[in-house]
Structure formats: C-alpha cells, structure tokens
Design a protein around this ligand. Structure first.
Ligand code: NAP
Length: 299
C-alpha cells in the first residue's frame, strides 16, 4: 500500500541536478523508492554514463513504474541550461519538482592566493548554474493555476550560514544561494510555488575528493575519526520536504551529524583524530607553522 508521501508524489516529474554522485544520486533513489508506481525522474550531470547506470539501478530496484531520463547537462554552461527544457521529450516537460543539487568546492586557498579557475568554477556551478536552472524551469510552474505551482529545493550548506577560513569562495557561493532562495520565496508568495532550502553539514560523498583535486588520502582524512552524514540522510529530508501537503513549506532545513555544531572543527574528543589529520595535511602541504589557525571543512 502506498504511503501518504508516496501518494502525494505520484505522477510528478522531478529534475535532480548533480544526480551522478552523492546527495543527488541518493535523492533520485529515494524519490523512486518513496513513490515507485508512477514517477518521472530527469537525472542530470556531466557524467552521462554514470547517470545511465543509476537509471538501470533504479529500474532494477523499483521496477518500471519510475521512468528515468538521464540527461547530460553542465549547469555551469548557460547555453546548455537554456536549451535544457526544449530538449526534453514531450512526456517529461511538465516538471513539478526541481532539486538544485549540483555543486562543488575547490581547494582550501585563502585570498590573495585563490586561483581564477577555482573562483570561476565554484561561482558558475553553485550560483549561476543554480540560478539559470531555476530560470529555465520557473516559467513551466508559472503557467499553472493560482499564479503557479511546483517546487524548487535548493541544496545550500552550513557554509552559507557560517563562513570559514580556507573556504571563502565556496561559503560565498552558498550564502548567495541562501539570499537568492529567500528573495525568490518572497517574490513568489502570491503563487503556490514552494521554494525550499536544505543545508547539510558534513556528508561523506565525492565532495572532499573534488575539493582536494582528486587526492583521496586528503579527502578520507576529513572523515577520519568522525561519523559524517550519509548522502541518504540528506536525500530522506529532501524527499520528505517535497512530499509535504501542498500548503506546507519546509522553507529551511539545517542538518548536522551528531558531532557537528558549525562548519569548523568538531570539538568533541571523539572527533579529535579528524582535526589532527586535517591540521597535519593542510599545514604540512602549505608550510603553516600555526596549525591552530587552520580549520577543518565540514560542509
Ligand atoms: N558533502 C558535503 O559535506 C556537503 C555539505 C553541504 C552541502 N553540500 C552540497 O551538496 C551538493 C551535492 O554535493 P555532494 O556532497 O553530493 O558531492 P558529490 O558527490 O561530489 O556530487 C556533486 C554532484 O554535482 C555534479 N556537478 C558538479 N559540477 C557540475 C556541473 N558543472 N554541471 C552539472 N553537474 C555538476 C556532479 O556530477 P558530474 O561530475 O557528473 O557533473 C555530482 O553529481 C553540492 O551542492 C554541495 O555543495 C555537500
């Protein structure tokens, strides 16, 4: 028997950006599991082969009630985003839910040593990419009755609420998402369009591997000695928020693992090895003599 959540999601068409890994992948799986009878999932990312694999996994797990459309899309490329809706097959054009999840962090450099490339990729993906996706899909929502209908769920971060050293650009991008999201919720107040933000703390995904330019050892050290969230933990919240009754807007969610209270180093003894590991990595790699000034990166 379908759950209330499953029923509310039935018949919806859902876009997830950054669905090839981590939180996006888990979100796709969780939507499919929650409403397996009648759902359309449009999964987007740059790694199309991975998306096709995920589509197969979803079909294997829940059957053919969930139609999955993998779409190669680089959200940092405005012309690709502009052509996105037109490129969809007719049956997938009536989008109901957009999960703006694609995002990344690059490096730990501090001003004035942050590379142009890192600044540009973080802003063009996390900020302009999210805004462009939203602008591409919002006209579909606005054509509906009562001024418009549909959901936008933006994945922010604790980093957008509490900026930290070594993460200034990433934090600035996530703060920008927060402002954009809050402003848009006010702009759309006369409609039935729901604008929501989900801000994770520390989640173990490919996120840190990307931050450290593919260095898995440095990435693993971020999670050593602590128990981070899993991407499924965040996916469950995203799907819960999307599956509320239409009049309920879970506007803002902040999710920590038990050891975390902010974006910086956990302070419990339990998590001390992680702090030490990061301090050593960052300080040894970059010649810092004042390790106490170096922070961990938890979101
Ligand atoms: N992990 C954490 O601790 C944490 C904490 C707070 C917030 N977040 C946020 O959660 C979101 C998901 O991150 P994650 O932790 O799941 O990391 P992840 O495992 O690295 O996944 C990132 C996803 O974004 C996609 N992506 C990156 N650049 C893209 C682009 N230009 N166009 C399209 N897709 C792109 C990647 O796909 P392709 O490489 O295939 O394009 C991948 O599917 C991000 O917005 C991140 O800022 C993460």
């Amino acid at each position: 028997m379908a759950t209330a959540m499953g029923k509310r999601l039935e018949g919806k068409t859902i876009v997830v950006t950054g669905a090839s890994s981590g939180i996006g992948r888990s979100t796709a799986m969780e939507f499919a599991r929650t409403s397996p009878k009648n759902l359309k999932l449009i999964l987007t990312a740059r790694r199309i082969d991975t998306l096709k694999e995920i589509a197969k996994e979803i079909e294997k797990e829940v059957g053919s009630g969930v139609q999955v459309l993998p779409v190669k899309l680089d959200v940092s490329n405005p012309s690709e985003v502009r052509g996105f809706v037109d490129s969809l097959p007719v049956g997938f054009k009536e989008i109901d839910i957009l999960v703006n999840n694609a995002g990344l962090v690059k490096g730990t450099a501090k001003a004035p040593d942050i590379s142009d490339d890192d600044i540009n990729v973080m802003f063009s993906t996390n900020v302009t990419g999210l805004i462009n996706m939203t602008q591409a899909i919002l006209p579909i929502y606005k054509k509906r009755e009562d001024g418009g209908r549909g959901d936008i769920i933006n994945i922010g971060s604790i980093a957008g609420r509490e900026p930290y050293p070594g993460g200034s650009i990433y934090c600035a991008t996530k703060a920008a998402i927060r402002s954009f999201t809050d402003a848009m919720r006010r702009e759309l107040i006369a409609t039935r369009i729901r604008v929501m933000e989900v801000d994770p703390g520390q989640v173990e995904t490919e996120f840190s591997v990307v931050r450290f330019y593919g260095d898995k050892t440095k990435a693993d050290a971020v999670y050593a000695g602590c128990e981070p969230l899993t991407p499924d933990d965040i996916a469950e919240v995203v799907v819960f928020n999307a599956a509320r009754r239409e009049n309920v807007v879970v506007a803002d969610t902040l999710i920590f693992p038990n050891h975390q209270v902010g974006p910086l180093a956990p302070i419990s003894i339990y998590a001390m090895p992680a702090i030490t590991a990061i301090l050593l990595i960052v300080s040894s790699g970059r010649g810092h003599s004042h390790a106490q000034k170096v922070v961990t990166f938890l979101g």
